[in-house]
Write a protein that binds this ligand. Structure first.
Ligand code: ACO
Length: 333
């Protein structure tokens, strides 16, 4: 069974409610019907009811059993605006500006999650990653004990040679442009936790670099080795090691030569990249050249689950990300 099929089954076992702020968007409308029919989650679409219903009719989609909420007319808008104002007044937010901001479905949907009107949110078929993350960071904020919001991709390789039978987590490939050592350590710990909770395997975390265990000297290498030390000290129960080159992290024969005493080298199943340039390029290389399925970016570190889509996403991608978000909501319950 493919990984995403397992996730859909987990989502079906304890149904959560996911809000989709891009409710007027065609792929989102089509996906909501599949999510409802396959019992993956309850769906709330945000947007103008007349527009959504007429698009659904054109597309031959039934929205029966799917709630539609219009932020412009909802009776919740006032309550959410007041709560948003309270959260942001120390940043100069006014009640008037809060009410105006809540007309934006992304802010309205994020407040809906905050105020427990939904268990999670998925967006990004139209909006950019930053458009999604900003309200999340302002309203939902990080979970207790987590320094930064970050992200990971679940990479499913066509063969089982590397990682956990061909499954690996890559982080952070979508959020933090240049994390410092503390932030990188936090990303490593969050991703290890997700390997256990979401992917159900014991994480072996490699902190990647162009150097293996001091073979090269550079301030960017120092950052990775410092992050490794911080993560190891914070969580001695986790298998985290570095700094490691990619080949030393995943190839047993190279690990034997370059990092013989490491308990992670040669068998890593979680790869933590030193920055967003390498992470974003890295996952796309594996996706395109190796034909790996790349599920994500899955956001991690938020107090409640919020996830992004690529603007090039398919209807099935939306269904898949909703399933992942629903399972994250089960885990964070
Ligand atoms: N974790 C937690 N909180 C954060 C983080 C973080 N990683 N980054 C910023 N914040 C908080 C800030 O503290 C601030 O909070 P406050 O307003 O309460 O003080 C708030 O978020 C806004 O911070 P800014 O620094 O003003 O936010 P910025 O405009 O820099 O945006 C963002 C942050 C959106 C994450 C930015 O770093 C970004 O755009 N990252 C890259 C996203 C991207 O383009 N990814 C690549 C494409 S995705 C793909 O290819 C799959």
């Amino acid at each position: 069974m493919k990984f995403i099929e397992k996730i859909c089954k987990m989502a079906q076992a304890d149904k959560k409610t996911i809000v989709l702020p891009e409710g007027e968007e065609e792929r989102t409308i089509k996906a909501s019907e599949i999510i409802k029919n396959d019992s993956i989650a309850e769906v709330i679409l945000l947007g103008d009811k007349t527009v959504i219903n007429s698009k659904a009719k054109e597309l031959g989609v039934s929205l029966s059993g799917i709630e539609i909420v219009d932020p412009k007319t909802s009776e919740k808008t006032d309550v959410y605006a007041k709560a948003f104002y309270e959260l942001r007044k120390h940043k100069g937010m006014t009640l008037e500006k809060a009410a105006e901001t809540l007309q934006d479905p992304l802010y309205f949907g994020t407040m809906m999650v905050k105020m427990e009107g939904a268990d999670g949110l998925v967006s990004g078929a139209v909006h950019t990653t930053g458009d999604l993350l900003r309200p999340g960071m302002q309203i939902i904020k990080t979970a207790p004990g987590i320094k930064v919001v970050s992200s990971f991709f679940i990479m499913e390789l066509p063969t089982s040679e590397y990682g956990e039978d061909g499954l690996l987590l890559f982080a952070d490939c979508a959020v933090n442009p240049n994390p410092n050592a503390e932030e990188l350590a936090s990303i490593a710990i969050s991703t290890a936790e997700n390997a256990k909770a979401l992917c159900k395997f014991e994480p072996k975390v490699a902190m990647l670099s162009f150097s293996t265990m001091g073979s090269a000297k550079h301030e960017s290498v120092d950052k990775v080795s410092k992050a490794t030390e911080i993560a190891k000290n914070a969580r001695p129960d986790l298998q985290i090691d570095g700094e490691l080159q990619l080949d030393a992290a995943i190839v047993a024969s190279v690990a034997k030569q370059k990092a013989p005493s490491s308990n992670v080298a040669g068998k890593a199943n979680v790869l933590v990249f030193p920055d967003l340039q390498s992470g974003n390029i890295g996952y796309k290389l594996v996706q395109r050249f190796a034909g790996a399925a790349a599920i994500g970016p899955v956001c991690q570190g938020f107090a409640k689950p919020i996830n992004d889509l690529s603007r090039g996403c398919s209807v099935q991608d939306i269904v898949n990300v909703v399933a992942v978000t629903a399972v994250q909501a089960q885990i964070q319950k």
